[in-house]
Structure formats: structure tokens, C-alpha cells
Ligand binder design. Structure first.
Ligand SMILES: [Zn+2]
Length: 339
């Protein structure tokens, strides 16, 4: 209930009520899971956001420090190596959005059938959408079964906690598939243009609860919000994002694999509900975590620079899907989960 009502209270300016909700949820989880459980980090993050909005800087900073200590204890001190100079275009943790589009010829080479990993499916196991990437890290064996194994674990955990029926509705979608969907659905405005969908990465998972898209009022959603980061997943289209065209782009069913270290870092020091900016400035946040810098988030300046550089690189050759993306502002019709 905290995750459902909290954001509503925040939008209404009822910060005291939101604070009370988050505090109650924090204490309930503390009692259930123990004071050092990383799952508490969700409520620490939410409370810090409230305190910042209220101008209670000292308290927000104290919570952020508490978060840092909790993560150091839980996950070790030397987690993040600087990778500022590497080309990250093919990485598991690259951003994708209107600001950071994928090329039409981007296609992952490590796709596997989700059915082979005991992941419950919403569709026929043989269709393209029921495939996902292995997603090995750069320093790992490329056969490492990171994403499928961890998605199966996360879904199993949350099925147990929620008692709800959970299944994978959509994983990989190629540029061609997305383009086709977009062409067929254009007038109804329910589909993301090709090139800006994380499904082209093969790293996104749309999750069904009881055979329809997950909602923020589902128990499964609370379980994902609390635990997904421990399995390498983040909510990559949060409330109020401008990553996709259209007005209502919040997608509580859409979970993006970024790897465990990156998902932990996002929870620990990332900006609230700005995952694509975080991914664009990832090396900056890695340094921030290692140097224990508190105070103003200087990393948030970097995505603008990265996006501008990418735009400049593309400007000589505007490809079809990019022109299409800017030309068609989608309306706010009911969505079919084809983002
Ligand atoms: Zn999706």
C-alpha cells in the first residue's frame, strides 16, 4: 500500500502522509527481514526523497549515509571499477530511450529461449518475444547464464511472496518486429517506435500478473521494487519519465536487466527515478560510490553531454526510425504493453 499511495501523496504535496507510509513500511520490513537487510534500501531511498523534497537536507544525508553503510556491509567495499573511457555501446548497462536510441542493425548475439530456464511464459515458447539474452558481463565467460537464471529466481521469489501468478509476457523484440508493431498500431498510439525500445536490447522483461500486465497495486510489484535490484533488474520506465513518446509512460510491468553491480549502484547512489540518466553517466556514479561523495549530484550533468555527443555523431545521417520517432507524438490511448 505504501508503494501505491506514497507517490499519490507526493504528487498531492502531502509529504507528511507519504513519509508516514514509508516509515511504517520500513519498520514492517525491518521487523520481518532484519535491520541489515538490503531490501530496506527501497524505503530508505523513498524516505530520503521525501526529506529532500521537504528541505530536510541533514536527515536526507543521514539516510543516504546509512544506505552506503548498509551496502558496504552487504555487498563489499570494492564493487565498482572505473570504466569511464570504455566504449559502452554494446554493454549490458547502456541506456536506451528517445535520447539514447539504438541503431537499426543492433541485435544481440546471445539470445536464448526463456522456456529452457523454468521461466513461466505468457506466450508460445517458440516465438521471438519469448527469448532473452544470457547477458554475461564483459569480464565473464560469455556462456554465463546471468539474465535467464536471475529472472527465474526473481520470479520464483515473488511468486512465493505474493501468491500471485507471474509470467513473462515479452522479452526480446527485434528492430524489424518493433517497426512492424509500430506501423500496425500507429493510429492507436500504443507502441513505442523502433530503435528506442529496451526490448531490442534483449534485456527487458514485461511481466504479467494473473495473465495481464503487472500493476503497481500488485503484491508482485512490491516484491519487485524491493528485490529486483538484487537480481540485476531495475524499473526503467518509472513514473514521470520522458524516455518514450506520449504522456503516460510509466510501465510498472517493464523490468530491465542491467547486471547486479549496476542495479545495486543505482539503488545506492543513483538519482531517484532517473535510470537512463544514471546509465548514461554510469562511470561517474561508480566514482561517486567509491569516493563517498555526498551532497549535490554532479553526475546528472553528464547525460546531457553524452546525448549531445551521440546526437552530433548521428546528425550527418538521420535514419528513418529517428525521423519517425520525432514526427509522431503518440497520444495517451490505453496501452498494449508493446513498449
Ligand atoms: Zn516492456
Amino acid at each position: 500500500i505504501a508503494l501505491m499511495l506514497g507517490p499519490v501523496y507526493q504528487r498531492m504535496g502531502r509529504l507528511d502522509d507519504a513519509e508516514k507510509l514509508y516509515l511504517d513500511a520500513f519498520h514492517a520490513q525491518e521487523k520481518a527481514k532484519g535491520a541489515n537487510s538490503p531490501e530496506l534500501s527501497l524505503y530508505i531511498k523513498l524516505l530520503a526523497g521525501i526529506y529532500e523534497a521537504q528541505g530536510r537536507r541533514t536527515e536526507a544525508q543521514a539516510l543516504n549515509e546509512h544506505m552506503r553503510a548498509l551496502f558496504r556491509d552487504a555487498f563489499g567495499a570494492q564493487r565498482y571499477a572505473a570504466n569511464r573511457i570504455r566504449d559502452r555501446r554494446l554493454d549490458v548497462d547502456r541506456p536506451v530511450s528517445q535520447q539514447f536510441p539504438l541503431r537499426a542493425d543492433y541485435a544481440p548475439t546471445d539470445l536464448v529461449r526463456a522456456a529452457a530456464y523454468s521461466i513461466p511464459l505468457s506466450k508460445n515458447a517458440d516465438v521471438e518475444e519469448m527469448r532473452i539474452r544470457l547477458a554475461a558481463e564483459a569480464d565473464e565467460n560469455p556462456e554465463e547464464e546471468n539474465l535467464p537464471a536471475r529472472l527465474a529466481q526473481l520470479m520464483s521469489l515473488c511468486r512465493g511472496e505474493s501468491g500471485e501468478r507471474i509470467s513473462l509476457r515479452s522479452g526480446y523484440r527485434s528492430f524489424a518486429t518493433q517497426k512492424d508493431l509500430y506501423a500496425r498500431n500507429l493510429d492507436r498510439g500504443t507502441v513505442t517506435p523502433p530503435g528506442i525500445s529496451e526490448h531490442q536490447l534483449g534485456l527487458a522483461a514485461d511481466i504479467d500478473v494473473e495473465s495481464r500486465l503487472m500493476r503497481h497495486s500488485d503484491k508482485t510489484y512490491q516484491c519487485f521494487e524491493e528485490n529486483a535490484f538484487r537480481f540485476g533488474f531495475i524499473l526503467s520506465y518509472p513514473p514521470g519519465n520522458d524516455y518514450l513518446p506520449g504522456k503516460d509512460t510509466y510501465e510498472p510491468w517493464h523490468w530491465r536487466y542491467v547486471g547486479i553491480r549496476t542495479a545495486q549502484l543505482y539503488r545506492e547512489v543513483g538519482p531517484n527515478n532517473r535510470p537512463q540518466e544514471f546509465l548514461a553517466a554510469l562511470p561517474c556514479y561508480e566514482e561517486r560510490a567509491r569516493s563517498s561523495t555526498a551532497g549535490e549530484d554532479v553526475c546528472l550533468e553528464e547525460p546531457k553531454i553524452v546525448a549531445a555527443a551521440a546526437e552530433a555523431a548521428r546528425s550527418g545521417k538521420i535514419v528513418e526510425h529517428e525521423a519517425g520517432a520525432s514526427a509522431h507524438k503518440l497520444n495517451n490511448a490505453p496501452r498494449g504493453g508493446q513498449r
